[in-house]
Design a protein. Structure first.
Length: 431
């Protein structure tokens, strides 16, 4: 692999390609875990509990690895340790023969896989001059997305044609490859930054939350939540509160829908490879959408882009909810290949990009840590709650009710976003 370097500093940037194999390894894991539980005759409740545990662990994980990054200045050590821990966790799935064992390993996977997010973002900023941050992050994001896409493609090619449980072997090998590339190519920067610098630069903030949508500069207290939400009483200060309420509804809906999608496909007699295919197509559309959103937000503004994304996602959820009640097999697969890429691709990219820019604009210099802590807690709790209730709703009321409930919550998010004042667009800038 040929290293490229910045002309001004001579700092090598080829290490960015080390994230390609690890993201190939990470991409299929969520779908693999859900299908494995179903193969062991687990129910959608079991999947809901596994996903809830995964999301519950991700909250303290974001805190632990954030504080560890500040204390351990050796970026390469954290990144390599994370990749090797991912390898060991993936290979451990080979010995997991019970649903309980899979749930525990999935929780451990949540802990170790998130460790590299912050140090990698900081490395981009520490090894490149400020003038090169934007293109460096753009390259970082593209390589990450390509990795996830190739990982899902591996799932499509493997799931129905080779022993399904053995797919973790090539995934483990890929994470080892990333560890080796990181050891060879990452050079510790001469100057290191604190995590706070991430929230000072929109592009780094955006990319960090894209990997793990939680970033704790400090542990939020009850008074921090009160300060954020008391602004709803006053017209001049209500926008940040409304944005956060909209984000809660969005992640709650996402947790409800995403937890039950794979079980709904499996129960509709869609093959395992085809389940991976649904995610693969959605990921491809998402990559395309993220790379075309800047111009759309410049023309239409943050609020309109966010509302359109929420409405499209909600309508797509509702369409899949209606389809799962009437269709199975090829026809249900076809509906998902149309509407899930709209929801998880175009609609997700639109709302995610617009909402994160709005969140960035609400972070005042005086209270960045507390405000970001509240945001991260909201995201984590909403996703966890959605995952928890999803399994029970689907088990007792049916998948169609689950997906319609998720669509309703997206409607609530759209209604909240639509009442934001036009000033949310005044600082509009694509990430």
């Amino acid at each position: 692999m040929v290293e490229s370097s910045d002309k001004k500093t001579g700092q090598p940037i080829g290490w960015i390609y080390s994230v390609l194999p690890i993201n190939m390894a990470l991409g299929p894991v969520g779908t693999y875990v859900q299908l494995y539980i179903l193969e062991l005759h687990g129910t959608v409740i079991d999947i809901g509990l596994a996903t809830t545990l995964f999301n519950a662990v991700s909250i303290p994980a974001a805190m632990i690895w954030g504080f560890a990054t500040d204390r351990i200045r050796n970026r390469r050590t954290i990144v390599i340790a994370s990749y090797l821990a991912v390898t060991m966790t993936l290979i451990s799935f080979l010995s997991a023969k019970t649903i309980y064992g899979i749930e525990v390993l999935y929780a451990i996977f949540s802990l170790v896989s998130s460790a590299s997010a912050t140090p990698l973002n900081l490395l981009v900023m520490e090894t490149q001059p400020k003038s090169r941050w934007a293109p460096a992050f753009a390259r970082f994001s593209m390589i990450t997305s390509i990795g996830v896409t190739l990982g899902l493609l591996l799932g499509v090619a493997w799931a129905d044609y080779l022993p399904f449980h053995l797919i973790v072997v090539p995934l483990g090998v890929l994470s080892v490859v990333s560890a080796i590339i990181s050891f060879v190519m990452i050079r510790e920067p001469s100057i290191t930054f604190e995590r706070e610098v991430i929230v000072m630069v929109k592009r780094s903030f955006y990319e960090r939350l894209l990997v793990v949508p939680m970033l704790f500069l400090k542990i939020p207290r009850l008074i921090d939540f009160r300060l954020v939400f008391k602004g709803i009483k006053y017209e001049l200060t209500r926008d940040p509160t409304i944005i956060y309420l909209s984000i809660f509804a969005f992640y709650l809906a996402s947790g409800i829908f995403n937890t039950s999608l794979v079980p709904s496909l499996y129960r509709a007699n869609v093959s395992k490879s085809q389940v991976f295919l649904v995610s693969l197509v959605a990921m491809i559309i998402q990559v395309i959408a993220f790379n075309s959103l800047g111009r759309r937000m410049e023309r239409r503004g943050l609020r309109e882009t966010a509302v359109q994304g929420l409405v499209l996602r909600g309508l797509s959820y509702a369409a899949i909810g209606i389809a799962v009640f009437f269709l199975t097999g090829f026809w249900y697969l076809g509906i998902n290949l149309i509407f899930y890429p709209l929801a998880a691709g175009i609609a997700y990219a639109a709302y995610y990009a617009a909402s994160n820019v709005m969140v960035f604009n609400t972070l005042g210099r005086a209270n960045q840590g507390s405000t970001l802590g509240v945001y991260s807690a909201i995201v984590g709790f909403a996703t966890m709650l959605g995952s928890f209730v999803s399994g029970f709703i689907s088990f007792f009321l049916g998948f169609h009710i689950t997906f319609i409930v998720a669509a309703i919550w997206l409607g609530i998010a759209a209604a909240l976003t639509s009442v934001l004042s036009p000033t949310v667009d005044s600082k509009m800038d694509s990430p």
